[in-house]
Write a protein that binds this ligand. Structure first.
Ligand code: DAH
Length: 347
């Protein structure tokens, strides 16, 4: 009996000692050290289990049960301490690492429309108001569409006006103007009347400079119908210019030459930098050229699928890069496609 008492007392002591040490544990590391020495394989309570074999046979169940209770009590105490430490750590973190909600937020960068896009949208809007449709057209074209169907057969010297980039595929090139789109719209719509604009990128093989880029944007204008006259060309384009540049914008038509129109003209607008007085932007002439135009050539009408005896039409093509440069007083065309945020942010 004495042996039993002694053994049980020993267990109680093991428990009391362990709990006393646990009391002083104040962080995760010492908690883990405590677990190893008081619940680990070579801890006193585990020692009781392994010495069970040397005990009296009828003493074993009693001691086994008592040792189990001690172990469970220690485990429970361990778990409680663990949770306590965790809660303390969280509380401390909340107090010391608190977010300062009064700090100013990070500004969200607002995107902007590219200046060319803005001008393109204004032009689209103006023609839209006049009842024109917007047509998409391919930037990679065939030699036929870019030249031949526009009345520039392979030997024609007028082709020299537009040097372009050729692909490795015979007869496929990057379009030098939006005019090939005229043929595409006509073939799509013939024999219906047409009122369309075709905006898009065009490419030319040019020396880069402050005034020329290999890529630039154009808008093509096309009207086809019965009895369409030069008077309608003039009226429409003058109206357009006034809507784009302002009610008092002055315009003039000068005779010109394009293989795909007859007769052909170019339209100038009174210089909006100097108001017509003459300045470096308009090269002291008081005028700025904004577009080429003319009555669609019969050969082009035929390639498009319209009978020139019955149908007529007018066309115009304008580059929008240069007028955008002038409008915003930008001194180098290469800024447009550099993707420099500092430049784009200004518009
Ligand atoms: N395609 C011409 C160019 O890029 C511009 C042009 C002139 C277009 C007269 C036309 C036109 O539709 O009728 O230089």
């Amino acid at each position: 009996m004495a042996e039993k008492e002694e053994a049980l007392q020993n267990l109680e002591k093991i428990k009391a000692d362990a709990l006393a040490v646990l009391e002083d544990v104040a962080n995760q590391e010492s908690l883990e050290a405590w677990r190893v020495s008081h619940l680990g394989r070579s801890s006193p309570v585990m020692g009781v289990f392994s010495s069970m074999g040397s005990l009296d046979k009828d003493l074993r169940p009693v001691m086994g049960k008592a040792a189990n209770e001690v172990r469970q009590a220690l485990e429970t105490a361990f778990e409680e301490k663990r949770q306590l430490l965790e809660a303390q750590a969280l509380k401390k973190a909340l107090e010391t690492e608190q977010q300062d909600v009064t700090l100013p937020g990070r500004p969200i960068a607002h995107g902007r429309l590219h200046p060319l896009t803005q001008v393109l949208r204004r032009i689209t809007r103006i023609f839209g108001d006049m009842g024109f449709q917007v047509y998409p057209s391919p930037e990679v074209e065939t030699d036929d569409y870019n030249f031949t169907y526009l009345n520039m057969p392979p030997y024609h010297p007028a082709r020299d006006m537009w040097d372009t980039f050729y692909t490795k595929t015979e007869g496929v090139l990057l379009r030098t103007h939006t005019s090939p789109g005229q043929i595409r719209v006509m073939r799509d719509r013939a024999p219906e009347p047409i009122r369309a604009i075709l905006p898009g990128a065009t490419m030319r093989y040019e020396q880069l400079s402050a005034r020329s880029e290999i890529e630039f944007a154009q808008v093509e204008v096309l009207v086809i119908g019965e009895n369409v006259t030069f008077a309608e060309l003039k009226g429409t384009l003058e109206d357009f210019a006034r809507r784009l540049f302002g009610e008092d914008a002055r315009t003039r038509l000068r005779p010109s030459h394009f293989p795909f129109t007859e007769p052909s003209a170019e339209m100038d607008v009174g210089c909006f930098v100097c108001g017509g007085e003459g300045c470096p932007v308009c090269k002291e002439t008081g005028w700025l050229e904004i577009l080429g135009c003319g009555m669609v050539h019969p050969v082009v009408l035929e390639y498009g699928g319209y009978d020139p005896e019955k149908f007529s039409g007018f066309a115009a093509g304008m580059g929008i890069d240069r007028s955008t440069l002038m409008r915003y007083r930008i001194d180098d065309i290469r800024y447009f496609r550099n993707n420099d945020i500092r430049f784009l942010r200004q518009f």
